[in-house]
Write a protein that binds this ligand. Structure first.
Ligand SMILES: Cc1cc2nc3c(=O)[nH]c(=O)nc-3n(C[C@H](O)[C@H](O)[C@H](O)COP(=O)(O)OP(=O)(O)OC[C@H]3O[C@@H](n4cnc5c(N)ncnc54)[C@H](O)[C@@H]3O)c2cc1C
Length: 511
């Protein structure tokens, strides 16, 4: 068998999270004979946000052989068990999308059906009382445990909230240690083959040229290679995800602050506000749609809702929700913001970077003409983007709010067929439809369906195989188990202090 790789030189352009995540992973997993260079310009800043993640990031870090405590110290990271949604379905509502499980299935019937049946008979406790991660968030608790199906104290997954700039720097150290060559310089021209249009080299401001066989566009919203050079189109999804601007600042913790193990997403008049706790500060921002509110009004609304004292000037970031028609075209793969952006509500961007890197490694080309890897990569990434998009749209569509034009629009907008189909299945009989490779589990969909006040009209008929008494006993047993687990759990502050205290200027005050 002939195995003759024609890819000897990979050039990554951009040194934000996407660039350095790509460099770290390729230098770990590709054959050592492949030369990897990363070009970045100190004159062009990174987007500077992207601080909340989902549990999949742990798989990425583990794949790089990263020590979790060291990584957390280096990036001022905290643990993330959930996102707290406030004012989404109705003003005054609040729920967590927690990375935990709702109860246990019985005879193959998912737990929520038993809860629904009980709720139809007597007014049950909230379904969220049966999710340990949800309750841990309410109590600001977190225990450093790995999920084990036989250990009821560990029925959750976790992610991180960190300083994205420090994460990129941390990965840079790892990448350079593995032989990645960093080239500082601004790319001012891109040279293409006159016949095929493939990219041959980059010209830097210093006149230096950098040539390669495969180019990875990690230039953020500038999309220097995939858009400005190859002119690959963009699918605009702003009719489903209308927010298009963000204000971002960092804030100080008040003295003695309790650091919550979750990100907050508070719905406002024409968008929502995030609060992402790190060990030494929080990242705050307000995402809004400028068709419904001016940027000045959005800034006022944002600043009046800030809890800490700002320690940076507010920065405005503009974006358009959607994705590239193709993430991989010719010999260029776009990863990160150059490939698309949905909006930060469910912290899916870093996951999409990770998914792109994995797909690139699995479909790494061994010949210029081999289009099958490209097609596979593009089709898988399209599915990933669409699934994340649909999950996000659910939060906006499933609202009862009509108090502003923005929410009225969201409530009444048309939605993708696949999402409409999933919602209908849940409404009709509590069935959580899913696909094999779904990013968000059945429990995530349940959290958002219930949190957004979508109540099924009926439950799975197999639920009637258990008597009401059996159901009541089962539910009380689960709740008691969760309360026991919670009693033993340390606070999030205590776990951070014991496991990964960052070397920060302001020492933590434990709650
Ligand atoms: C408001 C907002 C909030 C977000 N929140 C989250 C979140 O909570 N969780 C999450 O997962 N994601 C979030 N994201 C997305 C996340 O920030 C990005 O996915 C992530 O930071 C990756 O960005 P990037 O590396 O693609 O681009 P950037 O960080 O913009 O980096 C681009 C790089 O390209 C370089 N560059 C550009 N042009 C040139 C040139 N001509 N020559 C040389 N170098 C060049 C720049 O110097 C820079 O190094 C958010 C995004 C936005 C807009």
């Amino acid at each position: 068998m002939k195995q003759n790789s024609t890819i000897n030189n990979v050039v990554i352009v951009g040194g934000g999270s996407a660039g350095w995540m790509t460099a770290a992973a390729l230098s770990k997993h590709l054959p050592k004979s492949i030369n990897i260079k990363l070009v970045e310009s100190d004159l062009i800043s990174t987007v500077g946000v992207g601080e909340a993640t989902i549990p999949a990031i742990r798989i990425f870090n583990q794949g790089l052989g990263i020590d979790e405590a060291e990584f957390m110290k280096e990036t001022n990271a905290t643990f993330k068990l959930a996102i707290k949604f406030e004012n989404w379905a109705r003003q005054g509502d609040s729920y967590f999308h927690a990375f935990g499980f709702y109860g246990y299935p019985v005879n193959g019937v998912p737990f929520h059906n038993y809860w629904l049946k009980q709720n139809n008979t007597i007014k049950s406790d909230s379904i969220h009382d049966y999710n340990l991660a949800h309750q841990a968030c309410v109590a600001n608790k977190f225990a450093y445990r790995q999920f084990n199906p036989n250990d009821e104290d560990s029925r959750y997954f976790y992610a991180f909230q960190f300083d994205a700039t420090l994460y990129a720097q941390y990965l840079r150290k790892i990448s350079e240690g593995r032989g990645v060559e960093r080239i500082e310089g601004k790319v001012v021209d891109v040279l293409q083959n006159t016949q095929s249009g493939t990219i041959e080299s980059l010209v830097l401001e210093s006149k230096k040229t950098v040539s390669g066989d495969l180019f990875i566009d990690c230039t953020g919203f500038r999309a220097l290679l995939i858009d400005k050079t190859l002119k690959v189109g963009y699918k605009d999804w702003s009719h489903w995800l209308p927010v298009n601007n963000a204000w971002a600042v960092s804030t100080d913790y008040p003295k003695g602050a309790t650091i919550p193990p979750y990100t907050r997403a508070r719905a406002l008049s024409a968008g929502w506000q995030w609060r992402i706790p790190q060990q030494n500060r929080t990242g705050d921002g307000n995402v809004f749609c400028d068709a419904y509110i001016s940027k000045e009004e959005a800034l006022d609304e944002f600043l009046s809702n800030l809890e800490g004292k700002p320690i940076s000037d507010p920065r405005l970031i503009k974006f358009r929700t959607g994705m590239r028609e193709k993430l991989w075209s010719k010999n260029c793969v776009s990863i990160g913001l150059s490939s698309g952006f949905l909006e930060p509500l469910e912290s899916t961007s870093i996951y999409l970077i990770q998914a792109s890197i994995l797909q690139l490694i699995q479909n790494f080309p061994n010949g210029e003409e081999n289009k099958s890897n490209q097609n596979e990569f593009n089709s898988l990434m399209k599915s990933r983007y669409e699934e994340a998009r649909n999950f996000l749209i659910l939060h906006y569509k499933a609202t009862e709010r009509e108090d502003t034009k923005f929410w009225k629009y969201c409530k009444n907008m048309s939605i993708p067929d696949e999402l409409a189909y999933r919602i209908k299945l849940f409404e009709d009989r509590g069935f959580v439809a899913g696909k094999k490779l779904d990013l968000f589990s059945e429990h995530s969909w349940l959290a958002v369906y219930f949190g957004q006040r979508i109540m099924p009209k009926a439950y799975d008929p197999r639920t009637d195989n258990l008597s009401m008494e059996q159901i009541n006993n089962n539910l009380s047993k689960i709740k008691m188990g969760i309360n026991n687990s919670l009693d033993k759990m340390p606070t999030h502050n205590e776990t951070l202090k014991a496991f990964c205290p960052a070397d920060i200027a302001t020492p933590l005050k434990n709650s």
